[in-house]
Write a protein that binds this ligand. Structure first.
Ligand SMILES: *Cc1c(COP(=O)(O)O)cnc(C)c1O
Length: 376
């Protein structure tokens, strides 16, 4: 057993679960009752606070918390907001998470089209516009903000503009960016934004959340779910009617941790301060890895501050010794840092996250350990 006084065995340089603060983990020390007033008030305050983080007003927008990881939240939005008889969704893809939405659409039998570009490119807005013209049947556009597969940041603005001009519903998987990168929901006219507890808000895994336009939720999602447990409208209705009550068992400990994580986001100075820290982390990482001759996969212009993909070199830089990811991983883990295997198709790669309770000093210490591996 790890006592609270002991240091954590390693930091997670991963995109979620990620390293959390001692105080976020400590917030889970007691058991709460899901229908008790104190707990429900905490749920309500979380819902309101998320609207503030998103910069949207409570008259137009609302928040729904959903059990399960981020994928459950995305599936609940697609399954609840798309009517098989009336709608068709265009899914933009340049990585695993965009493709995952395509898999959902298939399984849920939603009318859909996909628009795919290479994993190191972002969307071509002219091609998108042409697609929309060619297929007037499209009613929804769904895209990923930060494609965590690679760390590539897709610009929301041009797609948001298209969606608005062409009168399409706009769904954004902002899983690994919300809270860590400013997103102006109202200006971008986003209808549904999905994120989860264990990413940039720096809570622990257990639930996702959906920020959405109230009128769109009511218009599209009522009596339209393809799954009982992922019924977005019913979940919202219960949270509203019963002031903070979830349908079915809620992840109580994760909720306590999330509440604390939101307080700490405020204490840090909000999204503006957090994005600054993540950028500092990533800039230090990029500089240090480059000096050690590791090659990043995403171009600087498209690189997010969230996670960075590096190509596996054939040999340890500066030597003729074979580079083995497993050895690299173990070397770093034994010295207090866990990194992430890659997910890019057809290229061996690994990823290093710069989000969570991680600071420039941690990145500097991490780089010293990368260097000790290279020099060993
Ligand atoms: C983490 C993540 C998800 C959800 O993944 P889960 O493993 O279900 O939490 C979805 N989209 C993106 C972009 C992500 O980074």
């Amino acid at each position: 057993m790890l006592s609270k006084e002991k240091k954590v065995p390693y930091l997670l340089l991963t995109p979620g679960p990620l390293s959390t603060s001692d105080t976020v983990r400590s917030a889970m020390w007691y058991d709460s009752c899901t229908w008790d007033q104190d707990y429900k008030s905490m749920v309500t305050s979380i819902r309101n606070k998320l609207l503030q983080v998103a910069g949207c007003d409570a008259a137009t927008y609302t928040t729904v918390l959903m059990q399960g990881s981020g994928t459950f939240g995305v599936e609940s939005v697609l399954g609840s907001s798309i009517d098989r008889k009336k709608h068709q969704v265009l899914i933009l893809q340049n990585g695993v998470y965009g493709k995952r939405m395509g898999e959902m659409a298939k399984i849920l039998e939603l009318p859909h089209l996909t628009y795919e570009v290479a994993e190191d490119k972002s969307y071509d807005v002219d091609a998108l516009e042409a697609l929309l013209k060619q297929h007037p049947s499209i009613t929804h556009i769904a895209m990923v903000h930060c494609e965590t597969t690679t760390g590539l940041l897709n610009d929301l603005e041009p797609v948001a503009k298209l969606a608005k001009n062409c009168n399409k519903y706009f769904i954004v998987d902002a899983m690994s960016s919300f809270g860590g990168i400013p997103i102006d929901m109202a200006a971008l006219n986003i209808d549904f934004l999905v994120s989860s507890a264990n990413k940039c808000i720096q809570g622990v895994p257990g639930f996702s959340f959906i920020i959405c336009k109230k009128d769109v939720l009511q218009k599209l999602c009522k009596d339209n779910a393809k799954s009982l447990s992922l019924d977005l409208y019913d979940q919202w209705h219960e949270m509203e009617a019963n002031a903070g009550k979830w349908r079915y068992t809620s992840p109580t400990h994760a909720v306590l941790a999330f509440h604390q994580a939101l307080l700490e986001l405020d204490a840090e100075g909000g999204v503006a301060a957090r994005t600054k820290r993540y950028h500092q982390n990533q800039a230090l990482l990029a500089e240090g890895m480059k000096a050690l001759q590791f090659e990043s996969y995403v171009s600087k212009a498209l690189q997010s501050p969230i996670i960075t993909t590096y190509l596996e070199p054939a040999t340890i830089p500066g030597t003729d010794k074979d580079f083995k990811f497993a050895d690299f991983y173990q070397h770093l883990k034994a010295r207090g840092f866990v990194i992430y295997p890659g997910k890019v198709t057809n290229r061996n790669s690994f990823r290093i996250g710069t989000i969570g309770h991680l600071f420039p000093e941690d990145i500097k210490r991490f780089l010293q350990q990368v260097e000790s591996f290279v020099r060993a």
